[in-house]
Design a protein around this ligand. Sequence first.
Ligand code: NCD
Length: 302
Amino acid sequence: MRHLLGIDELDADQIGEILERADYYSRALRDGKWDHNHLADKIIFHLFFEHSTRTLTSFEVAAKRLGARVVNWNPQTSSLSKGENFTDTIDTLCAMHPDGIVMRHADYGAPNFVAARSTCPVINGGDSWREHPTQALLDAMTMKEHFGKIEGLNVTIVGDIAHSRVAGSNMQLLCKMGAHVRVVAPPVLMPEELPFKEIEAHENLADGIKGADVVMTLRLQKERMDSALISSDAAYYNEFGLTLEILDKHAKGAMVMDPGPLVRGVQMEDSLAEDKSRSLILKQVANGIPTRMAVLDLVLGG
Ligand code: NCD
């Protein structure tokens, strides 16, 4: 793999290969046995133009577990604040010859733009509302770990489908791996087109989650909405907030997932998010490390 820019560029075999490598690193982390110096000669630039807790930190942990060194560049303290433009900033950073770049940006296709200019591999850590491939990969790893498979799983994604890059990457990955995918959102948060014709769209939570194995909730991506599309968080929660009662009535035994950040009182009830027998949320976070070790290994370790 030269870069990892999106799930759109991967086929089922390539996704399967990354998941196998992630599973290898997951077992290796448990046993304490892997090559701690695998990427010891590599310097990786983290170019995060948008805030992050999980993605940025777990990329750094993954890189360090493999012996790489990381430069966490900060846009707020960079020369962008002195009027340097994005392209010149990227060319400047690339002239220092990093071995890899992990980046997140609010503009559509920014990682692809950087990949076309750079001489090193670029990994997309979140591209606008378009793609967040490592999130979809760690979500898939989490489902595979829990259910033993992805093929045939009934997965419902609830929330801001239109503005969520997590939805963008997950819909593609899950369809490519043979899961049955449904999306639930109010019409204002549903995209005009879905990436695969097999994906069922619902406006009603109960209909959309019926018989689901996994219900994945998503945050309202208010920073990407031109105006307030939802009258209030409370109004959204009333119609689309996931509760144990609704889950048990329509999808008994389903597990809940959320890529985070979880906004309390909006996506799901607190007790459901905290219930370790129903929530895979912290497993998703933990699986971010082996998944990103796998991606760094496949992209930089060859
Ligand atoms: C997501 C993101 O930034 O795309 N978070 C994450 O990476 N785990 C989801 C979000 O911001 O809602």
